[in-house]
Structure formats: C-alpha cells, structure tokens
Write a protein that binds this ligand. Structure first.
Ligand SMILES: [Zn+2]
Length: 204
C-alpha cells in the first residue's frame, strides 16, 4: 500500500541526507520517481546535504502546478521524495496526498515542522493533518546546553528575533560572511533556551 510519510526535524537534523538516501534506494530498486525540493541551500533545483551529496531535483515554488508535474513525471506505482516540504503550499501537499490515493505513488516528505516563531509552517501543518505516517528524524540534534534541540531560532546580527518574513534563507553553520544587509543565521535551541533567547556562550 502506498503511503504519505512525513519525516520531520529541526534544522541540521540530516533531512536532506536522508531524502537523498531514500531516493537512491527506490531508484536502485528499479522504481521511477521524482525528487522535489524548494529553496535548497545549494540553489534552485538541487537537493544538497551537508555531507556533500548533491542531486538535481524539480523546484517547487508558489506557482508550481504540482498535480500536473506529478502526472507528467511520475508513473502509477512510482515514488516521490519531497524535500523542504515546509515551503510547499497546503494545496501542493494535497496534490501529493491525491497522488498516493489515486495512483498508488509512495510519497516520502522531509522538512521542518516549525518556523523561527515556533509556529507550524502551513505546508507542514497540512502534512501533519494528512500524512499516513509521521516520523521524527532519528538523528538527535542538541542545543548548546546538551538538551535536545526542539526549535529553530533566527538570529539577525547575532540577536534572536521573533518577527519577520517566514522565509528568510540564512546560514545554519557559519557565523558572519554576509555580503549585503544584516547577517541572518539560524540556530537550533532547546525549548528553555528558545524562550530565554539564549544562544549560549559566544562562539570562538
Ligand atoms: Zn538549551
């Protein structure tokens, strides 16, 4: 039976690495499918993992007709691996669900649950509502204090912010280096330190 799966985690939880692994496994088994992404850190139309893997993918933007794309690119009984699903529109998530139910396509989604305000991304919320299986990513990601990291904090010029556009791409690892405007980066924190806006001792 085909399933709609949603594997979720905070930033740096290895989502893209696992997405590429699943795509590889299904393709190696002789199945035909499609790799989707949105706003990958490596640029439009690619899925990149921090381990250095990189694959071409179809970019999902606000105007992407996902029903049509899936009809054209995925045969009945095929598969879809969808990375960065938090950026998909709820209607696009519904297109993925229809593909499972009507054409027996296995759909495995990977993404964040919540944004920097701790609220659910709309696409992630729709997946929580619709998915057959919800899977927390197995890789433990730790706050600087050693507790499990549960939330993503946005830092603008080093300060935790709670307001702003939902989607602002930034670096999750390298401090500094912004060429234009304020430096935006993200840090995963435990709930206690997310509320306290405490990003830990200054980095070396
Ligand atoms: Zn902490």
């Amino acid at each position: 039976m085909a399933e709609l799966r949603f594997s979720y985690g905070v930033m740096s939880a290895g989502k893209s690495t696992l997405a590429l692994q699943v795509e590889h496994t299904w393709a190696a088994a002789g199945r035909t499918g499609l790799l989707l992404t949105s706003h990958d850190r490596g640029g439009a139309g690619t899925v990149t993992s921090r381990l250095g893997l990189k694959r071409d993918a179809a970019e999902v933007g606000p105007a992407t007709d996902l029903d049509r794309l899936l009809d054209e690119a995925v045969p009945d009984g095929g598969f879809v691996v969808a990375d960065e699903v938090q950026f998909y529109a709820p209607a696009q998530v519904e297109a993925l669900a229809r593909c499972v139910d009507e054409r027996g396509v296995d759909v495995s989604c990977f993404g964040l649950l919540t944004d920097f305000t701790s609220g659910l991304f709309p696409g992630a919320a729709r997946l929580v509502e619709l998915a057959d299986v919800l899977v927390p990513l197995p890789l433990p990601v730790l706050c600087w204090c050693g507790r499990p990291a549960r939330l993503n904090a946005r830092l603008v010029d080093g300060e935790v912010v709670r307001e702003g556009e939902t989607v602002v791409l930034g670096d999750t690892s390298a401090p500094g280096g912004a060429l234009f405007g304020p430096e935006v980066r993200y840090q995963v924190l435990c709930r206690r330190h997310w509320f306290a806006r405490d990003t830990g001792p200054a980095r070396a």
